[in-house]
Design a protein. Structure first.
Length: 569
């Protein structure tokens, strides 16, 4: 006996999700919007949510409802599933293969009444189609998981362990004929594996990819939000072909394995134009490779969105709008210095300013700014470029990094002769940058007379907004930590943040303004401790204290600030 058919509107009313008046209004809107279903009208107008609608549609159409909670939206453990349906098709049409039985394929879709989609699925897969219904949000997450590391990449890695040729199981780093390396690197499985690693790293928002050889395995790791995460590695026999493929892309010497090399290449991944900076070093087990990922579309050059608090932003803006002087940005590699510098240049950029930079490398191209790339092989370094810049009538000069006394001295002299100069140093905090310049060989008097502002910064992981949980901290809390409400947040972990509890990063800052008293201390070669004490009296907030403020505001966790900073008071 056939089940009775109920109209969608009546089912929603029966479930208490809709009133008759709301239904009548939606029907009138549907008459004016041909091609849109009643359910789409109700969701779009905000009367119900998609999570309300889909279970009711499941009942109306007598089609299973697949959700993450029920486990029905999880594909079967069948690596062939993702080969049956291409990722591009699955994403474009929001559909996911779940399992197959004989000549039938069960797929999750958002609209099981879309007969054209079901017919296309039959043609693409070669299977008869059985549809289940899911929400678009849950289906999108499931597609990400299926075609991410758990999908195509996982399948390719698993495939690398099958049908291994015992004769190919050589020690990593053993001599291989150049012709053989090129041929192997250009084989389809190697190209596919390389592409999948790059795609997955970009999807995971990784900043670096580490490929490392060891005695009996390869280590594959992604640095995500500043922390390295291990990824299932391919078979060790693919180490040499994988490195060779990446060296070919980077225009590096594929035959040279004894010396470090640097290269780069550009690729469009997921619609984003991404630069990959590649570096290799020889180890006892073969070449280790690190790829730095620079997503141009992800860089925000709005100074107001760099992460400064209101008062800090005021200090920074006041300094960068001075006509001359030296501004130092300090911190380790990967602390966001480039973003802070570029945001300042972007704000100053205009037809009334001649802005020139010397960088190694030029990470992002900014229209209207003259950017020069260091080329050590022909003698174009920071110092030589700076000397030429001073004959180019510049208003603003950016020096990517001050590494030696010659560069430091030219920066200081330029700042004292009417130019605004930005540069970076590698020091742990703002006050120690003064001693660093003096140690390099710059006279204290010139340091004190030229510096306007020093900014030390770090990047800390931002708590996932979807799953962070509130709690009241107890026990021995760090000195200077205070939560006004008594409640702060900690990571929990969910699908959105890959169970880490963090998603994205936020900057913390230590800003030291140079007043007359600090200038006197610098000229007197005072210790870093005395300079720090005077800066604190003048209102400087330390890195960890700035981090504690962001903990109290709910942006990050107390554990993350303790991990990244080191108390100095």
């Amino acid at each position: 006996m056939a089940k009775p058919y109920f109209k969608l509107g009546q089912l929603l009313i029966n479930e208490g999700l809709l009133t008759q008046a709301q239904l009548d209004k939606a029907i009138e809107l549907q008459k004016k919007s041909p091609g849109q279903s009643l359910g789409q009208i109700l969701v779009k107008s905000g009367v119900i949510t998609e999570n309300d609608l889909v279970p009711i549609l499941s009942k109306q159409l007598d089609i299973p409802y697949a959700s993450e909670e029920s486990g029905l939206l999880k594909p079967a453990d069948d690596p062939e599933l993702i080969k049956i349906l291409p990722e591009a098709f699955a994403r474009k049409h929001q559909t996911l293969p779940l399992h197959r039985n004989l000549n039938y394929l069960t797929v999750a879709v958002t609209d099981p009444m879309d007969l054209m989609l079901l017919d296309n699925l039959r043609k693409v897969t070669g299977y008869n189609i059985r549809a289940v219904i899911a929400t678009s949000a849950s289906l999108e997450r499931a597609i990400d998981k299926c075609y991410g590391e758990g999908g195509l990449l996982k399948s390719a890695i698993a495939e690398s362990y099958r049908d291994v040729d015992p004769a190919a199981d050589k020690k990593l780093g053993e001599d291989v004929l150049l012709g053989d390396m090129v041929k192997t690197a250009e084989k389809t499985p190697v190209i596919q594996l390389t592409d999948l690693i790059l795609q997955q790293a970009a999807k995971d928002r990784a900043s670096d990819i580490h490929i490392e050889p060891f005695a009996d395995k390869i280590s594959l790791r992604f640095r995500i939000d500043g922390v390295l995460h291990e990824i299932s590695p391919p078979n060790r026999n693919l180490m040499v072909p994988l490195i060779s493929r990446l060296k070919i892309l980077s225009r590096m010497d594929i035959a040279e394995k004894r010396l470090p090399q640097d290269g780069s290449f550009n690729a469009v991944v997921g619609g984003h134009n991404i630069d990959f900076r590649v570096s290799t070093i020889p180890t006892i087990y073969g070449e280790k490779m690190v790829l730095r990922i620079l997503d141009k579309s992800a860089m925000n050059l709005d100074l107001g969105k760099v992460g400064f608090e209101k008062e800090e932003l005021g200090f920074y803006r006041e300094a960068i709008h001075k006509p001359y002087g030296l501004i130092l940005i300090t911190g380790p590699t990967g602390s966001g210095k480039t973003t802070t510098l570029y945001a300042a240049l972007n704000e100053l950029n205009g037809t009334d300013k001649n802005i020139v930079t010397i960088e190694d490398p030029v990470e992002y191209k900014i229209p209207g700014i003259n950017q020069v790339q260091v080329k050590q092989t022909i003698g174009l370094n920071f110092a030589s470029a700076l000397r030429s810049f001073l004959r180019q009538d510049p208003d603003v000069i950016l020096v990517g990094e001050t590494r030696d006394v010659e560069t430091a001295q030219i920066c200081v002299r330029a700042a004292l002769t009417g130019h605004l100069v930005f540069t970076t140093l590698h020091t742990n905090d703002a006050p120690s940058s003064i001693n660093r310049l003096i140690d390099i060989g710059v006279e204290p008097f010139f340091v004190s007379s030229s510096i306007l502002l020093v900014v030390a910064q770090r990047l800390v992981r931002r708590l996932c907004d979807q799953c962070k949980e509130a709690y009241k901290p107890a026990g021995n809390l760090p000195k200077n930590f205070h939560a006004p409400t008594g409640v702060i947040y900690r990571p929990k972990g969910c699908e959105q943040c890959a169970k880490t509890g963090y998603r994205g990063r936020i900057a913390i800052f230590e800003i030291m303004r140079i007043n007359e008293r600090i200038q006197e201390l610098i000229s007197q070669k005072a210790s870093m401790m005395l300079i720090r004490m005077e800066a604190r009296k003048a209102g400087m907030v330390s890195l960890e204290e700035n981090g504690y403020r962001k903990v109290a505001a709910g942006f990050t966790s107390l554990e993350e600030i303790i991990r990244v900073t080191m108390p100095v008071d």
